[in-house]
Design a protein around this ligand. Structure first.
Ligand code: HEC
Length: 206
């Protein structure tokens, strides 16, 4: 009886080991980006980032002229994400802006974006040039990153509170974004990243 149990156990263990082996997922074969692909995604990424930036800042400046920072901030709140979304649709890509210090909680980085941001932050503190990158994140998806810098125009909403960013405008921003961290910047500072995900197999804009 004892011996039967022993053999039964041995058999089961062996069986379990074999099944486990068979079930082991095969490591997905990821073929690295070719030079041609890298060049294409870098070019498309930059094109999209510039087009999105132009669309956003054009509307933002118009809103600022219409009703000052407080009005523009409210406009931005409702308009920035839909603009990015509609351009995402045109290019068949997912377009985001993200940062280590976000204003809009929806712009918080995912894990991959966070490590990209941390890499750029290290380069920024080491005074290395911040360059756009195209990286493969799985066989289907390419991530494009490009640094976003602050210029004088941005300071009225992202500058030093009580100085370049007026206290009353900050109060409006805070009421829209209670968890806002995106202040205290100077002209020329590194602010965050464009993060664009492409379908690797989609070649041309729709
Ligand atoms: C009128 C105020 C205003 C101005 C001017 C402004 N921003 Fe913003 N910014 C906002 C608001 C409001 C949000 C949050 C809404 C959103 O997600 O776009 C935001 C969000 C962002 C984000 C997305 C990450 C986050 O923190 O949520 C980035 C990056 C950014 N701004 C950079 C800039 C840069 C660079 C400039 C100048 C070229 C600029 N902003 C000018 C109000 C402004």
């Amino acid at each position: 009886m004892r011996q039967t149990t022993f053999f039964a156990l041995l058999f089961l263990t062996a069986l379990a080991a074999i099944t486990a082996c068979n079930r082991q997922p095969k490591a997905p074969e990821i073929s690295p980006l070719t030079e041609e692909e890298s060049a294409r995604f870098l070019e498309q990424g930059q094109e999209i980032a510039q087009a999105t930036f132009a669309a956003m800042s054009g509307r933002l400046q118009a809103a600022m002229q219409e009703g000052g920072v407080a009005h523009a901030a409210q406009y931005c709140n409702t308009a920035a994400l839909p603009i990015a979304d509609s351009l995402s649709g045109v290019y068949g890509a997912k377009i985001r802006r993200t940062s280590l210090k976000v204003r809009n909680p929806e712009d918080r980085p995912d894990d991959l974006e966070k490590s990209a941001l941390e890499q750029y932050a290290r380069d920024w503190s080491a005074q290395l040039p911040l360059k756009p990158k195209a990286v493969l994140i799985d066989n289907q998806t390419v991530a494009f990153y490009a640094p976003i810098k602050v210029n004088a125009f941005c300071l009225s909403c992202h500058g030093e509170v009580g100085a370049s960013l007026k206290a009353e405008d900050y109060a409006t921003l805070k009421s829209l974004y209670p968890e806002d961290q995106a202040v205290g910047y100077q002209d020329g500072d590194w602010r965050g990243l464009w993060s664009i995900r492409f379908d690797r197999n989609l070649h041309e804009p729709k």
